[in-house]
Design a protein around this ligand. Structure first.
Ligand code: GTB
Length: 217
């Protein structure tokens, strides 16, 4: 059965891979599952047809027959449960990998998103200069904890899993800010994620949408 996801017709990041369809594309590429993409405009996302798939009027969504999903964590988990390659077979290891997926979106991502909001949308506020260091400190606190946990391991819990896929996707948001340079093991972790052939294919596919050129390599 055909699987269709939605993505931005034009991502505001111009194809840097930060829109959340990239993590879903990456999951499909890791497990070798073909998928189709329906591109939606900001306007169409708020129309009833799309709201029937996504109550918050966002991308990405996932459709397969009668099943419609939203929320990247849920979508990636669904893909990982359906196909081998993203979750360990051992039940305990599988549960730990899922914990890392939640940690990525529930513990790491909120302060990172807050930092993005502070930098992009609040720079004209009179309290911006006072608040920004506080928000940065919250991000650094989480990065420090994650860095200590990861140590010199390649991945969070043994082999690469959906937990790493989600964590790397979340950390990618910090790449251009230079904040990861203070945590060389996290910078290397990110680079390992980005170097995976499946990630590169996913990145190229979303870039092609945003540049209008077919994926290369
Ligand atoms: N919690 C949801 C999930 O994980 O699926 C969040 C989904 C979400 O935030 N979707 C965004 C969206 O549809 C796109 S990814 N926004 C439109 C709207 O809310 O009206 C977030 C995103 C957007 C742009 C950039 N960028 O340009 O760098 C990065 C990330």
């Amino acid at each position: 059965m055909t699987i269709t996801i939605t993505a931005f017709e034009r991502s505001p990041d111009g194809g840097r891979g930060l829109a959340r369809d990239t993590r879903v594309r990456w999951a499909f590429e890791e497990v070798g599952q073909p998928y189709e993409v329906r591109l939606v405009s900001f306007h169409a996302m708020k129309e009833p047809t799309h709201l029937a798939l996504h109550p918050f009027g966002q991308i990405p969504t996932y459709e397969e027959g009668d099943l419609a999903l939203f929320e990247t964590g849920a979508i990636v988990l669904h893909i990982a449960r359906r196909h081998a390659g993203l979750l360990p077979v051992d039940a305990n290891a599988r549960a730990r990998a899922i914990s890392w997926m939640f940690a990525a979106v529930n513990t790491m991502e909120p302060p990172i998103l807050e930092l993005g909001t502070a930098r992009l949308l609040e720079s004209d506020k009179p309290w911006h200069d006072e608040r920004l260091p506080l928000v940065e400190d919250r991000v650094r606190n989480r990065l420090k904890q994650l860095s200590v946990y990861l140590g010199d391991a390649d991945w969070l819990d043994g082999a690469f899993s959906a937990g790493d896929l989600m964590m790397v996707s979340v950390l990618l948001r910090l790449k251009s800010l230079g904040i990861l340079d203070q945590y060389p093991n996290l910078a290397a972790y990110l680079a390992r994620g980005e170097a995976r052939p499946a990630y590169r294919r996913a990145f190229a596919a979303q870039l092609a949408v945003n540049t209008g050129k077919p994926p290369t390599g």
